[in-house]
Design a protein. Structure first.
Length: 423
């Protein structure tokens, strides 16, 4: 085991309005903290690959990126969220893994530049595992009025409080990521101050390495002649090379027939990768690439079936279900909730972990309104691996309208034959 992997893992995400320097900050953290361990340094060009280019060399990233670095206490998996994206689920799915938030703003724009999408992301993070937030006021190297910096700090604290995070206790770091990235010693200190704040203030949620394995899959990749790699995060339990696991869920690839979309297959972990390193064991909180070997008769179908929303679990520990009850708090209008009354039966999108599925929600409460807490019976179009106590999101027309918790899964269990033993 490398020295970096001796530290406990922590997942941190940067959130903020566009053009505030989130990606520049991520590149500076990788450049200055990555060499402390065997983590690969990820430069700015790689992080902005595929982004939109504007005048004066500005780039707006379009996809979430992952990188790794270490502090004195933590081994950080850093999620750099895009400022804008045409598909909100590409931001929401990885954000459900975040255990801490860095809110990035600038003195000129302040937190007032944060649109409804930034507030939505902060509420989602607070609803899941996020326990603390840190504010990084970027671009302080510019000749801005010092009062603007103080105002930006005040706005950031108010925004965090409004979204369910502790704004009063949030550390505030004033710095400049671009000069730090180019080697300015004065502003490099602000990056090290941010690392010290991460060590001092952030706390990981409790993890259970002895529980049955459960991992949520964020993405699938193809390996020619071998099968697929599932990019996933261990939520509980432990996975070692050679362990058997169930891969189950619903695949929504457009080239698959409807009868091929429900998946429950038992495989063996052929290899495990963590940020370009081969590892022997994965523990709770770690991000892993799990090689899912294909059988000779599967051909191209295997890697097309490994995708976001699937679940990796210990054999026979989870089942697929279509129905469950959930207690949901409908967001108020000033939180971006649904502006009108809802019917007793309506359709929506339900997000649990990295999985999202169309659903019908029923309640006995007449005309539920924004701000109400309502008990719903949820019927999914396709089944999910569901457990009681899981956090869920309710979205409608690309808008977050509710935050909830699964109360109880309801039968019947979707009976799907395990499609054979491991290859």
């Amino acid at each position: 085991m490398t020295p970096a992997r001796l530290r406990p893992p922590l997942t941190v995400a940067t959130i903020g309005p566009p053009q505030q320097g989130k990606t520049t900050l991520a590149a500076a953290l990788s450049r200055l903290l990555g060499p402390r361990s065997d983590a690969r340094v990820v430069d700015y060009i790689e992080l902005t690959r595929g982004g939109k280019y504007y005048r004066e060399g500005k780039v707006e990233t379009q996809a979430a990126r992952w990188l790794e670095y270490t502090t004195e206490t933590w081994r950080i998996a850093h999620l750099d969220l895009a400022g804008r994206t045409t598909r909100a689920i590409t931001q929401i799915a990885p954000l459900t893994w975040a255990e801490a938030i860095i809110l990035v703003i600038s003195p000129a724009s302040g937190a007032s530049a944060a649109d409804g999408r930034v507030g939505e992301l902060l509420r989602i993070a607070a609803h899941h595992d996020t326990t603390r937030a840190i504010v990084f006021i970027n671009q302080c190297d510019r000749d801005d009025d010092p009062e603007l910096v103080d105002l930006a700090e005040l706005e950031a604290r108010v925004l965090l409080d409004a979204c369910g995070l502790d704004g009063d206790e949030a550390p505030v770091i004033r710095g400049a990521a671009l000069p730090a990235l180019t080697g300015d010693d004065r502003w490099k200190r602000s990056i090290f101050e941010l690392a010290e704040a991460i060590d001092r203030c952030l706390v990981a949620p409790p993890r259970d390495p002895t529980a049955p394995l459960r991992m949520s899959v964020l993405r699938g990749f193809s390996i020619a002649g071998q099968g697929a790699v599932a990019a996933a995060r261990i939520e509980r339990g432990t996975l070692r090379i050679g362990d058997k696991f169930d891969l189950l869920g619903t695949t929504h690839h457009r080239w698959l027939a409807p009868e091929d979309r429900l998946l429950r297959t038992r495989r063996v972990a052929a290899s495990l990768h963590a940020f370009d390193r081969v590892v022997d064991v994965g523990r709770p909180g770690e991000l892993l690439g799990v090689t899912v070997p294909a059988r000779a008769d599967e051909g191209w179908r295997m890697w097309r079936r490994v995708c976001r929303g699937l679940t990796i679990a210990a054999p026979d520990s989870l089942a697929l279900r279509r129905r469950f009850t959930a207690c949901v708090r409908l967001l108020a209008a000033d939180e971006g909730g649904w502006p009108r009354e809802l019917a007793e039966v309506f359709t929506s999108q339900v997000v649990i972990g990295t999985a999202s599925e169309g659903a019908t929600l029923r309640t006995s409460t007449p005309t539920p309104r924004a701000g109400d807490t309502v008990l719903f019976e949820v019927s999914l179009v396709y089944p999910m691996a569901i457990l009681g106590g899981e956090r869920l999101l309710v979205r409608r027309h690309d808008r977050l309208i509710g935050l909830g918790v699964v109360v109880e899964p309801l039968g019947p269990i979707e009976v799907i034959e395990i499609d054979g033993a491991e290859p």
